[in-house]
Design a protein around this ligand. Structure first.
Ligand code: TXA
Ligand code: MG
Length: 337
């Protein structure tokens, strides 16, 4: 299959929607990461997403809507608490997990009794959903196990030959996936941190619990509240170690690795303390660092980096999403300097 890359225009949106009406898959930009979309009400088309990504069949997808009123048909209830969250954070990078209605095909929810729904703020995503006239089921548009794509070029690297069309809307602003919030129980649970922070949610949900798997490996036998928690994510080729220590200690680790003949890099906020060493400097605050992390992990692979040492990152605000993704890239390998 030939994969076309097209800038977002009224014509390319119309083409994308017509392909999706025929059951095809289209990659499109959102404010978080690029999504790989199919008509969410077409179970067969949705199965194609799992094949194109190499995604395990038990990992459910997010249904994307363009209007708050589109939520009600997909779920069995919308209570006042849910409405307050929608009013505060939609459109935007917040995904709500709610009990699903019978309108949602099994394929979207991977057989669960719940459905994850989000209303993106990216104009291209909203135009596409509106043009299709149905919700779009979409995971991130990477091959399973690769970092999520934050540019159309990343999508092309992973999906060339597998899908007919990629809509190019430039780099994604947030750069990490949406916050996933489970509202099905009495206590709301943050399953995946993202562009809407735990602090922002706590203003509406004082009892919010952050799931243990956000910062810790799932203990063997522990149930995954979100199937995505079980899978190895964001893993570059390099062995990544998060070093709890000073820049001097990180530099010493780097030098020892280079002396051992390994192609080595440092993942850091700013390059300043590391001199001539190969660094991937992510930025000055956690939000900027999060938005650049996935591109840096892909660039490390392209360069053939075998070993990487990362500075420890904060866990407040956007730091929680940054640290969550970095821990996964490192396979939870954290060492003292
Ligand atoms: O920002 C995003 O959320 C991007 C863009 C494209 O919207 N999408 C995205 O999708 O990151 P995906 O499939 O890569 O991640 C969805 C996450 C997975 O960890 C999945 O396990 C979880 O949401 N999830 C989906 N449905 C769920 C459900 N019913 N209950 C619990 N977790 C669910
Ligand atoms: Mg994903």
């Amino acid at each position: 299959m030939r994969t076309e890359l097209m800038p977002v225009t009224a014509a390319s949106i119309a083409l994308a929607a017509s392909l999706m009406k025929e059951g095809e898959l289209v990659a499109f930009p959102t404010e978080t990461v690029y999504g790989l979309g199919a008509d969410a009400l077409n179970g067969k088309a949705v199965l194609g997403i799992f094949a194109a990504k190499g995604r395990p069949a038990d990992n459910p997808l997010i249904a994307h809507i363009c209007d708050k009123a589109d939520l009600a048909p997909l779920v069995t209830w919308v209570d006042a608490r849910t409405r307050a969250l929608m009013d505060a954070f939609w459109p935007g990078p917040l995904t709500l997990v709610l009990p699903r209605s019978r309108a949602v095909p099994n394929e979207v929810c991977a057989g669960l009794s719940t459905v994850a729904v989000r209303m993106p703020s990216h104009p291209a995503a909203r135009m596409l959903i509106r043009e299709l006239g149905k919700p779009i089921a979409a995971p991130s548009a990477n091959r399973s196990g690769k970092p999520s794509p934050t540019t159309a070029q990343h999508v092309y690297e992973d999906m060339n030959g597998r899908i007919p069309l990629i809509l190019d809307g430039g780099p994604c602003g947030v750069g990490v996936e949406s916050t996933v919030l489970d509202l099905t129980g009495e206590t709301p649970v943050l399953l995946r941190p993202g562009g809407v922070t735990a602090e922002m949610l706590r203003e509406y949900l004082p009892r919010l619990r952050v799931h243990n798997a956000v910062l810790h490996p799932l203990a063997s036998g522990q149930e995954a509240r979100s199937p995505g928690m079980k899978y190895k994510h964001y893993a570059p080729q390099a062995a990544v170690t998060i070093v709890r220590g000073t820049p001097q200690q990180i530099a010493a680790r780097y030098d020892a690795s280079v002396a051992a003949g390994k192609k080595t890099a440092i993942l850091c906020a700013g390059a300043a303390p590391y001199g001539e060493r190969r660094t991937f400097a992510l930025g000055s605050d956690a939000g900027e660092m999060a938005s650049r992390l996935f591109a840096a992990l892909r660039a490390m692979d392209e360069e053939g980096i075998e070993v990487a040492f990362a500075e420890e990152t904060p866990t407040e605000g956007m730091g929680l999403a940054l640290t969550n993704r970095l821990l996964r890239a490192a396979g939870f390998c954290v060492e003292e300097g």
